[in-house]
Ligand binder design. Structure first.
Ligand SMILES: *Cc1c(COP(=O)(O)O)cnc(C)c1O
Length: 418
């Protein structure tokens, strides 16, 4: 686990005006889509702009986040974990306590309200492990949308229980057999559906990725994480944290957590990618370790690809970090030296998963465990006068079976259906 060295960062007054009018964060982001998607994206951009200016949209979202999702989430001082590690004081932002088990519901609710405003009757979404699919299916049930979730056939096999949960909430789950039968193919299929049915359909993309306006819109719906954290941290400690750490798949929980702190130059921000089995090609999902500039699914950013520009296979023990591209805003702040990036391996994440579970009785998601693994290493290097705040993006119930399998527990029940 090594953190990239950053040039000293001064201040970033333009943060609230990013992206520019073309959806670009410096050289990253933008909108690289076929013509058929141009109008749907334009319509969405306009509708979102308008909703943002309407106080009734914000107040309805605020109420739903409170009553349906369970916001605000607590900021928790992990006292026993801190004592065990013996360094900086470790605080956890408890997004794992949200309805459906992770931060993803913040974005799903925001986009569902937007879809309602746009008069759409049908929602589609992609999902990898199933967390975004479950959050989307849940809000669709709540608002009475027809819902279709695209999921790679291989992911459906690995995450059978999540498929069942989505179907319980009334969603149709469509397996995708193309390519590696995982997230990337599911996104392609969702885009195809959207082009065909755009008149009555909204596409709820699940991370701070894809074409403009998704990266900034999804970020905005998650900014509440950092806003709450700032207030709670000041109340609890009288200061801002020295370091803030979050895991980075597409980058939505991390950018939501960090955004409110971008101007606070004394706060070190660190994103943690999936180091997988090793940093050899195909064995990880650390885009800043071996990736290069390219375009994938509408967005220009750092991508794991081979010399011919073909997208590499990726691997991580956590399905939610297992994607070849990183959100464009992260690439931009990395260039500026404002967000540092590190990576944690499958083994590091499993160790952190076990440590938090037995020290605090909190089972973190395996995605989250990557951020946590790096935080534990950092805490050791710092003194007890320092503080670290980790975004606990999701709970580990969904991963308990996989963890048991990795830990060699015998006699596990099997569940498969498609
Ligand atoms: C999906 C997921 C992630 C990764 O997605 P981001 O967009 O990078 O936040 C991280 N943690 C949990 C618990 C997730 O479900």
């Amino acid at each position: 686990m090594i953190s990239s060295t950053a040039v000293p960062f001064k201040t970033l007054t333009e943060k609230d005006s990013l992206p520019d009018q073309h959806g670009r964060f410096g050289p990253y982001g933008g909108s690289f889509v076929p013509e058929t998607l141009y109008y749907p994206l334009k319509e969405l951009e306009e509708a979102y702009k308008e909703a943002n200016l309407d106080p009734s949209f914000k107040s309805e979202l605020h109420d739903m986040l409170r009553e349906f999702a369970g916001r605000p989430t607590e900021l928790y001082f992990a006292e026993r974990l801190t004592k065990k590690i013996g360094g900086a004081r470790i605080y956890l932002k408890r997004e794992d306590l949200l309805h459906t088990g992770a931060h993803k519901i913040n974005n799903a609710l925001g986009q569902a309200l937007l879809a309602k405003r746009m008069g759409k009757a049908r929602i589609i979404a992609e999902t990898g492990a199933g967390q975004h699919g479950i959050a989307t299916a849940s809000v669709c049930a709540r608002f009475g949308f027809k819902c279709k979730i695209y999921m790679g056939a291989e992911d459906m096999r690995r995450q059978a229980l999540n498929v069942f949960k989505m179907r319980l909430s009334g969603a149709e789950v469509q397996g995708v057999e193309a390519g590696s039968k995982t997230l990337k193919e599911a996104i392609n299929e969702a885009m195809r559906d959207w082009v065909t049915n755009v008149r009555n359909t909204h596409y709820i993309l699940g991370s701070a990725l894809g074409s403009h306006p998704y990266p900034s819109m999804v970020r905005d719906f998650h900014k509440v994480i950092g806003q709450e954290t700032k207030k709670q941290f000041l109340e609890k400690t009288g200061k801002l944290p020295d370091e803030m750490i979050a895991c980075v798949g597409g980058g939505s929980n991390a950018i939501g957590f960090f955004h409110e702190f971008l101007d606070d130059s004394g706060v070190k921000l660190i994103g943690v990618e999936a180091g997988g089995k090793s940093l050899s090609e195909g064995e990880h999902a650390a885009r800043f370790e071996g990736g290069k500039l390219g375009i994938l699914q509408g967005c220009k950013t750092w991508i794991l690809q081979n010399r011919d520009g073909q997208i590499n296979q990726t691997h991580s023990v956590s399905a939610g970090l297992d994607y070849a591209a990183i959100g464009p805003e992260h690439a931009y702040y990395r260039d500026l030296g404002r967000i540092d990036f590190a990576h944690a391996s499958d083994n590091d994440a499993m160790d952190a998963f076990k440590t938090l579970s037995c020290e605090e009785g909190i089972l973190p998601a395996l995605e989250t465990s990557h951020g946590l693994a790096y935080a534990l290493q950092r805490a050791k290097e710092l003194s007890p006068t320092h503080t670290i705040c980790v975004n606990l993006s999701g709970r580990g119930d969904k991963d308990a079976m996989e963890a048991a399998r990795i830990m060699g527990v015998e006699g596990l029940p099997k569940m498969t259906f498609a």
